[in-house]
Design a protein around this ligand. Structure first.
Ligand SMILES: [Mg+2]
Length: 153
């Protein structure tokens, strides 16, 4: 899991090198990014999330979880200390079925509200891209890898 701590470090270095626009936002995916597929927090990325907020930068969460699962998702985020996001988008599959298009539209929605997505991070190709600023595609990993998820000393 060292790779994710490296991703965190590189992400923050890149972020700190940017000249920030007004209302900057960093966009996160949930599953496979902040929370693994067994429901455990992915510590380096949750740490990254917190450090972004500490810099006074907004966070937007765009997940392909169903909007009907919003309450459950809110509980899980809260449980893992993932809070103070400015935007949270869940997917309404009755309106849109393509996660790539949905995520793009959500990023555009943030942009059209006067916020500026500067960076985005996720484990799927569609988590990054247009209206997402600089994209970090993190590797998906097998849930058993979680055995090795520990904070470095
Ligand atoms: Mg994902």
């Amino acid at each position: 899991m060292d790779i994710l701590f490296r991703v965190k470090k590189q992400f923050l270095q890149r972020l700190d090198s940017l000249e920030l626009p007004r209302n900057p936002v960093v966009i996160f995916d949930i599953d496979g990014t902040l929370i693994d597929y067994q429901g455990f927090p992915i510590i380096p990325i949750v740490d990254l999330y917190s450090e972004i907020l500490e810099r006074g930068i907004h966070v937007g969460i765009i997940t392909a979880r169903r909007h009907t699962d919003q309450e459950k998702t809110l509980r899980i985020l809260e449980k893992h200390g993932i809070r103070d996001y400015t935007f949270l988008y869940l997917m309404n599959y009755e309106v849109i079925q393509d996660p790539a298009r949905y995520k793009l539209e959500a990023r555009f929605d943030i942009f059209s509200k006067g916020f500026y997505p500067i960076m985005s991070i996720g484990d799927m190709p569609w988590d990054i891209g247009m209206y997402g600023g600089i994209g970090y595609h993190i590797p998906s990993y097998h849930p058993s890898d979680n055995l090795f998820m520990q904070r470095p000393n």
